[in-house]
Design a protein around this ligand. Structure first.
Ligand code: ISJ
Length: 379
């Protein structure tokens, strides 16, 4: 059935269409300017992401918007979306090559998704990149010969063994780095296999990000920092934020941030499956927060089970964090069984007090996410 309309409505809609077309022309103009900025940055080696410029630009546009009786949040939302586009487009011109006399880069596991992303970023920055995968070990000697940087990005379960068995005779000054999501053991393995510069990296994002702008890369220093400092600068030019961490502390945080988080998503999915939930039907009744939650869980099952098994099984200690969660769940369930509404409220308040200012901050952040989940609906 076609939507109801009137003559007057049609007239106004024609005006709106024409304004939208003007917007489109302005967008084209903005994209062209950003492309020029990309070229200038490429030549000068300026990072793709400029947080101070963004903050001052947003503040000015918000102020102007308020004066024009336009919601400051509206212009901020639009500009943030446009800036995301800028990062993607700036990428296309490539990046400045910080180290021009490196020799080539070898990505061990270059056919994996994350390896592929790093290979792409390095190639866009002018480096010669070679991939070394499962079937290439026969030619390893030739591939490593003359390498200035070797990046290991293979499943966690085989990372340390591979480093210890196969990376013992790299060129002396070659930098050895890994992208594993745990850091202590791989870093130890790299330090003992290779006498040259060593650095542990953990990109805190999946391979499906379109751009590294604003993404975090954790850095655990190994040895010979002066020799790999350029690599950190290069990653900064891609737009990522580098966060130094102690390997042990990083691994401890990962028990909650990764093992526990993915495990509870897994169980959430497992539960829906065992309860034979009808997802179509649930979506009919879904509130935006439920849809978002289901998306967070469902996206897990669109990816590789090996990847998640690797992350969850990586550290024996995660078992404690996950076990604690089960205990807390059981204790909270007791409140419910006893009908202890007051007890529930007391616990709730204790947790809220502990979250402190983060709770309202998270509420604000999630509001924006929920609104965009709602915007995505098509019927
Ligand atoms: C275009 C630039 O690059 C990025 C994109 C911006 C934009 O689209 O307005 C602003 C700042 C940068 O994060 C720039 O530096 O001006």
């Amino acid at each position: 059935m076609s939507e109801k309309t009137t003559k007057e409505l049609e007239k106004l809609r024609e005006h709106i269409d024409s304004v939208d077309q003007q917007l489109l022309h302005l967008l084209r103009k903005r994209l062209d300017l950003v492309a020029q900025v990309g070229g200038v940055k490429h030549a000068a080696g300026v990072p793709i992401y400029a947080p101070q410029r963004e903050a001052s630009m947003l503040a000015k546009r918000r102020e102007e918007a308020a004066k024009m009786n336009v919601s400051p949040q509206l212009i901020e939302d639009i500009l943030r979306r446009l800036m995301r586009e800028s990062y993607l487009n700036e990428k296309d011109v490539g990046f400045k090559q910080v180290k021009t006399d490196l020799g080539h880069v070898v990505i061990v596991g270059g056919q994996g998704k994350l390896g592929g992303l790093f290979a792409q970023m390095l190639s866009l920055s002018g480096y010669q990149v070679k991939s070394l995968d499962k079937d290439d070990w026969q030619q390893a000697e030739a591939i490593f010969d003359g390498a200035g940087l070797v990046i290991v990005t293979v499943p966690i379960s085989v990372t340390c063994e591979l480093i210890r068995d196969k990376l013992t005779s790299l060129p002396a000054n070659c930098i050895l780095a890994d992208l594993t999501s745990i850091k202590e053991k791989p870093l130890d393995a790299m330090l003992s296999s290779h006498q040259g510069p060593v650095v542990g990296l953990h990109p805190m994002f999946g391979p499906d990000v379109g751009s590294l702008a604003k993404q975090v890369v954790v850095v655990c220093h190994g040895r010979g920092r002066e020799q790999y400092e350029w690599l950190l600068e290069q990653i900064g030019i891609w737009g990522a934020r580098l966060v130094d961490a102690d390997a042990q502390q990083h691994d401890k945080a990962m028990q909650l941030v990764q093992a526990m988080r993915h495990f509870s998503s897994f169980v959430y999915g497992l539960n829906l499956y065992r309860e034979a939930a009808d997802i179509d039907n649930l979506l009919q009744f879904s509130s935006p927060i439920y849809r978002l939650e289901l998306a967070m869980v469902g996206r897990l099952f669109a990816q590789s089970p090996e990847l998640y098994a690797d992350i969850i099984f990586a550290q024996q200690e995660s078992l404690t964090a996950i076990g604690d969660y089960l205990d807390n769940y059981a204790q909270a369930l007791e409140l419910l069984k006893r009908g202890d509404r007051q007890g529930f409220i007391r616990e709730f308040e204790a947790v809220a007090a502990w979250f402190g200012d983060f709770a309202p901050q998270f509420q604000r952040e999630s509001r924006a996410m929920l609104q965009s989940v709602n915007d995505m609906k098509t019927s």
